[in-house]
Design a protein around this ligand. Structure first.
Ligand code: NAP
Length: 297
């Protein structure tokens, strides 16, 4: 491997140390423990493990977390009522509804029910709109973590060409917006399935963020030598040699990309650890805002 590894676990550990210190400080000076409520509807195994990881991360940071497990049989109105209670619960500073919801739920309606000031996932229209126009808001966790990873790689994004592959509302589009912000100042190209020749763009890119959910979307021959690669993808490939019967790969072909890139994130251990870290970051920020409001500044 020629390129260096961008170690998401190391960056996440550093940031979680800072967050834990911030929590201790807020408890001592503001008398407030940041609290996160995680709502899980149904028994989706991947969702169960994500929720467990979020609870563990909260505990390690000294935060309060409340897991609300609801059966897939509850009505949408019962779920909306649960969110309404959490919206006014002073012990809760962040509310997260684990997606995807079981069939039959209107995800947009459910997310819209979260009070924007507790929307630590940054998914409500208010926070998305504020991000777009550059106002203070909760940045979506995975895109925010991606920006932190690029900075951690040592790349100064100002004036650089960044190519994002994938235009989902939770990854591709917000990453493109954050990269193009004045303080980041990259020139951004957003590719998708309607882009006839993705490689024509990636070959001129200083940084490529790939978020398609398809293995081997990005290969080494599509890169400019020395580019930085952020691989967001998480794909399960059947593998009988693994205890779980599968292995995880990203959307980039790691071996060929690592041979050409100056730095690349691994899967797992790259973007994944940063997503939960930025969730903790937003929850602490939300709790800080309530203390500041109470004090009238
Ligand atoms: P998504 O909603 O399925 O969106 C995929 C996007 O990629 C779409 O915009 C699609 O284009 C585009 N695309 C698909 N194949 C393409 C190709 N061959 N060339 C160019 N564009 C292509 O996926 P997502 O939610 O953004 O997630 C992407 C990946 O990131 C998944 O593997 C997911 O598991 C992973 N992920 C990881 C984390 C983490 O914390 N590590 C968080 C979120 C997501 P169209 O719009 O034209 O269909």
């Amino acid at each position: 491997m020629a390129g260096k590894l961008i170690d998401g676990k190391e960056l996440a550990k550093n940031l979680r140390g800072e967050i834990a210190a911030g929590v201790t400080d807020l408890k001592a000076k503001g008398g407030v423990t940041p609290g996160l409520a995680v709502i899980l509807v149904g028994e989706n195994p991947a969702s169960v493990s994500y929720v467990t990881a979020k609870e563990k991360a909260c505990a390690e940071a000294g935060m309060y977390s409340r897991e609300i497990r609801l059966p897939a049989t509850i009505s949408e109105q019962e779920l909306l009522d649960e969110i309404a209670h959490l919206n006014v619960d002073p012990a809760i500073h962040g509310i997260l509804v684990q997606l995807p919801l079981p069939k039959g739920f209107d995800e947009k309606k459910v997310i819209d029910a979260i009070a924007p000031e507790k929307d630590v996932d940054g998914f409500t229209p208010v926070n998305v709109g504020k991000m777009l126009i550059g106002e203070t808001c909760f940045l979506p966790c995975t895109p925010h973590g991606i920006i932190k990873l690029i900075e951690f790689s040592g790349m100064d994004l100002r004036g650089k060409h960044a190519v994002v592959i994938g235009r989902s509302n939770i990854v591709g589009k917000p990453v493109a917006v954050l990269l193009a912000r004045k303080e980041t100042n990259a020139t951004v190209t957003l590719c998708h399935t309607g882009t006839p020749d993705v490689a024509a763009f990636t070959r001129t890119a200083d940084v490529v963020v790939v978020a398609t959910g398809r293995p081997n979307t990005l290969t080494g021959d599509m890169l400019k030598p020395g580019a930085v690669v952020i691989d967001v993808g998480v794909n399960r490939i059947p593998d009988a040699t693994k205890p779980k019967g599968f292995r995880l790969v990203g959307d980039a072909d790691f071996a060929s990309c690592a041979a050409v890139a100056s730095a690349i994130t691994p899967v797992p251990g790259g973007v994944g650890p940063m997503t939960i870290t930025m969730l903790l970051w937003n929850t602490l920020e939300s709790a800080r805002r309530t203390v500041a409001l109470r004090r009238g500044f």
